[in-house]
Design a protein around this ligand. Structure first.
Ligand SMILES: NC(=O)C1=CN([C@@H]2O[C@H](COP(=O)(O)OP(=O)(O)OC[C@H]3O[C@@H](n4cnc5c(N)ncnc54)[C@H](OP(=O)(O)O)[C@@H]3O)[C@@H](O)[C@H]2O)C=CC1
Ligand SMILES: O=C(O)CCC(=O)C(=O)O
Length: 438
């Protein structure tokens, strides 16, 4: 028996009921991706011949990052850049700073970028990077030195027409500015197109900061229409209140939905009357935590999953929805702002319960879509208005949703499998047309 053959066996049967190596909740991030590829393979027809291409990252770089800390000592960090696939264009995807970053995680995140970029038909392959460190423990100067050394080390394989990093968890416009500057110094010219998600003053794009959350809203609103769920008063619970979660909560709130619970690392809050995300953000900035927000009550991390809501937006990290909590989820709709928040076994359980999942590789593609706009603007040195950007983003996201929903209906599969069918077909068509030999 493999870890995924008995996906619905709960772990809670007793301490010795399931050996950990058979527990489906213990699946690693890259194994999740491989399982998703296995599930789509029967739908790929002749292109299944090439499916091994998807299972093997094209290029993996592991780098040592030695840096002087403020106290004069030298620390070494481990960094990664994985280019999962470049069949449809340069690799593209963010850079994560987190204490739990592993090579398997970065491999999975880069593979999901391949699928995501193909799903919304951007001319990119998939890449992702990361450094295993807890950024809260380092000063701004230390983070700048770490970022610059990391950029120099991965400079071997990145470039505006090779691999274009962007922000992910715990990185943002300032990180991208340092990366752009370091790469530019090393190549002897200003290369704005080497990263996206830059500050607007440095060739960044208007609309990029909110783009992922906006895409979560657009695809979520389309799904709600399909499911006959009214937006006005819809009860929404959001896990993660950073770039993606905060913007998604704010935009849903602006459109009449009610944010009934928010969870981040510092705690979980709930409110029957609804939480104003603007007030919550101001409170978070002032106090450093989401809890103790006036008008809300604190609930446990675990209670979050059973909150009475219509829509759940996981917008934090991978593997949050597992067999431990999937059964308790009351939402009819899950919009995956995070990458990889649902393990495959929980996906099955949710499908059986009739819960619709807008998968990460569609729901959070708004960020990379505006990154693509940024890259195009940098190349042409001609910048668009925010209104133009938002209109183009909304159109791409809602058209992608409509066409992928039609594929779901046609095959009678989940929306995730439908997105994988379309995206993997696009990637493998390109692979097959390019052939193998130089
Ligand atoms: N930024 C982007 O453009 C894109 C991001 N994504 C994905 O969206 C997700 C969030 O990214 P992003 O918003 O950029 O990251 P941020 O670093 O801006 O925010 C992450 C948020 O998640 C919270 N968080 C982290 N760990 C946990 C946890 N265990 N339980 C609850 N909350 C947690 C953080 O809390 P705290 O602040 O307290 O640490 C923070 O609120 C990731 O999966 C990322 O890959 C996907 C597409 C694009
Ligand atoms: O903007 C980008 O290029 C990539 C964003 C990202 O890392 C993601 O979509 O997961």
């Amino acid at each position: 028996m493999t870890a995924t053959q008995d996906p619905k066996t709960p772990k809670d049967l007793g301490p010795h009921a399931i050996p950990s190596y058979l527990d489906p909740n213990n699946i690693g991030p890259y194994e999740i991706f491989l399982e998703q590829v296995n599930r789509v393979t029967p739908y790929l027809g002749k292109l299944a011949f090439w499916v091994e291409t998807l299972k093997r990252p094209k290029r993996i770089l592991v780098v040592d990052i030695p840096v002087h800390l403020d106290d004069g000592s030298v620390a070494h960090f481990e960094g990664y850049r994985v280019q999962h696939n470049t069949s449809r264009g340069p690799a593209k995807g963010g850079v994560r700073y987190h204490q739990d970053v592993t090579l398997s995680e970065v491999m999975a995140l880069s593979a999901w970028m391949t699928v995501k970029n193909a799903a919304v038909n951007l001319p990119y392959g998939g890449g992702k990077g990361g450094i295993r460190l807890d950024p809260r423990k380092y000063s701004t100067g230390e983070l700048e030195r770490i970022t610059r050394r990391y950029t120099s080390e991965i400079g071997l394989i990145i470039g505006p027409d090779k691999d274009i990093p962007a922000p992910d968890v715990n990185t943002g416009p300032q990180t991208m500015a340092w990366m752009m500057d370091t790469y530019s110094m090393n190549v002897g010219r200003t290369a704005t197109g080497v990263v996206t998600g830059k500050p607007v003053a440095l060739g960044g794009s208007l609309g990029r900061a909110d783009a992922t959350g906006r895409g979560v809203f657009v695809t979520g609103a389309e799904a709600m229409k399909k499911l006959g769920m009214p937006m006005e008063g819809a009860r929404i619970a959001v896990q993660g209140f950073g770039n993606v979660g905060e913007a998604a909560a704010r935009i849903f709130h602006e459109h009449g939905a009610k944010i009934v619970a928010i969870q981040d690392v510092t705690g979980t809050i709930a409110s029957e009357a609804g939480i104003d995300p603007g007030v919550a953000l101001e409170h978070l900035r002032r106090t450093g935590k989401i809890t103790d927000l006036p008008g809300s009550e604190e609930i446990t991390r675990d209670e979050f999953w059973g909150v009475d809501c219509d829509v759940l937006i996981p917008a934090a990290l991978e593997k949050q929805i597992t067999l431990h909590n999937a059964n308790r989820i009351k939402a009819r709709l899950i919009i995956e702002g995070a990458n990889g928040p649902t393990i495959p076994a929980a996906d099955d359980l949710l499908a059986d319960k009739g819960v619709t999942v807008v998968p990460d590789v569609l729901a959070n593609a708004g960020g990379v879509t505006v990154s693509y706009f940024e890259w195009v603007q940098d190349f042409s040195s001609f910048f668009w208005t925010e209104d133009e950007i938002n209109k183009r983003l909304d159109r791409i996201m809602s058209e992608a949703f409509q066409s992928l929903w039609a594929v779901k209906e046609q095959h009678g599969v989940t929306l995730r499998t439908a997105v994988y069918i379309v995206a993997c077909t696009r990637v493998l068509e390109a692979r097959a047309l390019r052939g193998l030999y130089p």
